[in-house]
Write a protein that binds this ligand. Structure first.
Ligand SMILES: *[C@@H]1O[C@H](CO)[C@@H](O)[C@H](O)[C@H]1NC(C)=O
Ligand SMILES: *[C@@H]1O[C@H](CO)[C@@H](O)[C@H](O)[C@H]1NC(C)=O
Ligand SMILES: *[C@@H]1O[C@H](CO)[C@@H](O)[C@H](O)[C@H]1NC(C)=O
Ligand SMILES: *[C@@H]1O[C@H](CO)[C@@H](O)[C@H](O)[C@H]1NC(C)=O
Length: 250
């Protein structure tokens, strides 16, 4: 009797310790430095046609949304604070992210990373970069040297022409019909030899459309499969999603 209850007690203890350490372990996985990062390439027309706001248009190429440091399991690292330990570096502050600081990469910054809402106003580009820096960049490696964050992102978009790749695969921006979301994913996956994440949103008619493509990397910049293949792209892996043309009536 005594012995049995002793064993039960031990088991209970082991169970409790296991639960507590699991909880800590799970928490530990979501603090500290990031495990991988995502670069999000955005289709500007899908950002602009939701009916929530207006943009200067058209922009007929993919542009950079940002680079997000991530924890395993698809959790984005919360924005920098002195407490959260996302970096061991003292990061440069958002208002230090100026066009002057980025002068060595400025041409490509304006070309590939515009503020899609107001893309002809260079001062607005600077605000967008400061915002992305504050939200995500301050937890990226070398946050005392912001060019590293911005140039790492530019290097991906410089590496291949995503729009050409899709068009060659028969995925052509148009105002009339959509495409099987898996065939969009397949084209990019086959090219990069890794699973990318297709992100969708809805236009002002409530039609699901291709919004962004996220490409995942390890800290050493090698490609790694993204945890999820689709985000907000409907119930089915074969949902028909729009790829809206930024020029009307095409
Ligand atoms: C636009 O507004 C709708 C509802 O009004 C909301 O569900 C959606 O998230 C908004 N989209 C963006 C990109 O903010
Ligand atoms: C940006 O990255 C490219 C490719 O690694 C490199 O050649 C270039 O020097 C970098 N530019 C800056 C300003 O660091
Ligand atoms: C679109 O962006 C790609 C880089 O991803 C670039 O190679 C291409 O020249 C751009 N196309 C136009 C028309 O600017
Ligand atoms: C990058 O890191 C991964 C995992 O740590 C490793 O397997 C891979 O060989 C590394 N690649 C390079 C080019 O260092």
């Amino acid at each position: 009797m005594v012995r049995k209850s002793h064993v039960d007690y031990l088991l209970l203890n082991i169970l409790a310790i296991t639960i507590i350490s699991l909880a800590f372990h799970t928490k530990a996985l979501r603090t500290g430095r990031y495990n991988f990062y995502k670069i999000l390439l955005r289709w500007p027309e899908s950002f602009c046609n939701t009916g929530n706001f207006t943009c200067e248009r058209p922009i007929s190429n993919f542009t950079i949304h940002g680079l997000w440091p991530m924890y395993w399991g698809d959790h984005s690292v919360p924005s920098y604070s002195t407490q959260n330990g996302c970096t061991r570096t003292i990061p440069r502050l958002p208002d230090e992210i100026t066009r002057r600081l980025l002068v060595s990469i400025l041409l490509d910054m304006d070309k590939y990373w515009p503020n899609v809402k107001y893309h002809r106003y260079f001062a607005q580009n600077e605000h967008f970069w400061q915002y992305e820096w504050e939200q995500h960049g301050m937890c990226f490696d070398q946050s005392n040297y912001p060019i590293y964050y911005f140039n790492t992102t530019l290097n991906l978009i410089r590496r291949f022409n995503l729009l050409d790749l899709l068009i060659t695969g028969g995925i052509i921006p148009n105002s009339y019909h959509g495409y099987d979301v898996s065939s969009i994913a397949d084209i990019v996956d086959n090219f990069l030899q890794v699973q990318v994440e297709i992100r969708c949103n809805e236009d002002d008619q409530g039609l699901i459309q291709l919004y962004e493509i996220a490409i995942c990397h390890l800290r050493n910049d090698t490609l790694t499969p993204c945890p999820y293949r689709f985000t907000n792209c409907g119930e089915s892996d074969h949902e028909e999603v729009r790829f809206p043309n930024p020029f009307r009536n095409i």
